[in-house]
Design a protein around this ligand. Structure first.
Ligand code: GLV
Ligand code: MN
Ligand code: MN
Length: 407
């Protein structure tokens, strides 16, 4: 049986790294805090008898040996990086659930046929460099390693330089080995499980995503002297575009989600009309065709606003992810494991993106969700209960062992 209190204690220890005054966590990818959290995970994994491998983009694999060393591993894990004002559970739960599985197997002296790898993927959140799920994307061959290393943050620091600075540029090739199965635990980040009073979700799939970087170009000018009808105000254009993007989403029923939330204004001075505004669009929907239609609608609306205001506009697509269906056998394994333990379970669909979505093309993949308070996530108030975290981890233990011992 999973040790509920040990699992909770691990979360509370990990949450001290990058803790914010309001009870959340700030552990941006490849920051000093990310390094300390990685170091802590590795020390715990070594104490649990695991051997550590680190690949060239900093993904960490902590292996508990199996009885058949020639067998591909069953992999479980998630990420330790967070949003700038993130919570204690998004990502950390999947990693610490994997660690608790290994600790519990050690306590019971249980061997498995296949090795079990606990993985920490690099830069899942995608809020520092240009794209999300960087480590798992390289692992899955969906993005070039050099492109990821060259990606820069708003201060011009590159992924590659930061990875080396924190000492996590490993020597192993990234990916290229077979995986027997992959399971990832995560808080739901939505309200359904809590509303239904169900502690475990068997995740059937995740919605597709299309993300963009929009650059609006106007003309800098004096805020006190340029008449209102003679301005080329890039920020005003961007504000109108943000509203048009929101309205474009509401043309669909039900509406896809479309979010403008990262804005950079140049020169960002109180009394200079902004000459350049750069903003992100994050759009998601379970249907790939509708997501493309939304892209066309958003793009046409932004271009029309730019034309009407005499502004320049450039829209660059920064990522596309197709909707994902998780492996039917893995989803069913989660349902069966929950039932065998008398843990109530229901099927759920993920609104958020996960590293598991990238691995789903490579190996049989499943995810296990647990409730989070009022569905709040990407927020310092993010919360989950020790009982629910333990229930999800118990199910993880059972599906990992079943997969590891399968022929
Ligand atoms: C990751 O948290 C995402 O879904 O954007
Ligand atoms: Mn996450
Ligand atoms: Mn997240």
């Amino acid at each position: 049986m999973i040790n509920r209190d040990r699992l909770w204690q691990s979360h509370m220890e990990m949450a001290k790294i990058g803790a914010t005054p309001a009870g959340g966590v700030c552990r941006l990818a490849l920051s000093d805090e990310d390094k300390v959290s990685r170091d802590l995970f590795i020390s715990w994994a070594r104490e649990a008898g695991c051997t550590i491998r680190i690949d060239r983009v900093g993904n960490i694999f902590a292996r508990r040996a199996g009885t058949d060393p020639s067998s591909p591993p069953v992999i479980t894990g998630s990420h330790l990086d967070t949003q700038p004002l993130g919570g204690r559970f998004d990502g950390a739960y999947g990693v610490l659930a994997g660690l608790e599985v290994v600790r519990t197997l050690n306590d019971a002296g249980t061997e498995t046929r296949a090795p079990i790898d606990i993985v920490v993927w690099t830069d899942e959140e995608g809020c520092r460099f240009s794209s999300k799920t960087m480590g798992s994307m390289v692992f899955a061959g969906k993005i070039d390693e050099d492109e990821v290393r060259a990606a820069t943050d708003p201060d011009g620091k590159s992924f590659g330089a930061e990875l080396e600075r924190i000492g996590y540029a490993g020597s192993e090739a990234c990916g290229g080995f077979p995986i027997k199965a992959y399971f990832e635990n995560h808080i739901e980040q939505g309200p359904l499980l809590e509303q239904e009073g169900i502690p475990v979700g068997a995740v059937v799939g995740a919605q597709g995503q299309r993300c963009f970087l929009v650059t609006v170009t106007g003309e800098e000018g004096h805020a006190g002297t340029v008449p209102m009808d003679q301005r080329k105000d890039s920020f005003l254009g961007a504000a109108r575009m943000a509203d048009a993007i929101n309205r474009a989403a509401f043309q669909f029923d039900p509406p896809p989600v479309a979010t403008v939330a990262h804005v950079r204004v140049r020169p960002n001075s109180r009394n200079t009309i902004s000459g350049e505004t750069v903003f992100t669009i994050d759009s998601r929907y379970p249907d790939a065709d509708k997501l493309l239609q939304l892209e066309e609608a958003m793009s046409a609306a932004c271009k029309e606003i730019a034309d009407n205001m005499g502004l320049g506009i450039e829209i660059a697509r920064t990522s596309i992810a197709a909707p994902v269906q998780f492996n039917a056998g893995c989803v069913d394994a989660v349902r069966r494991a929950a039932e065998a333990r008398d843990i109530p379970c229901m099927d759920v669909y993920s609104g958020a993106g996960h590293d598991a979505c990238k691995i789903a093309d490579l190996a049989p993949t499943g995810m296990i969700f647990v409730p989070c308070e009022r569905g709040i996530s990407h927020n310092e108030a993010e919360n989950a209960t020790p009982d629910d975290l333990a229930a999800g981890t118990q199910v993880l233990l059972d599906v990992v062992v079943e997969a590891a011992n399968a022929d």
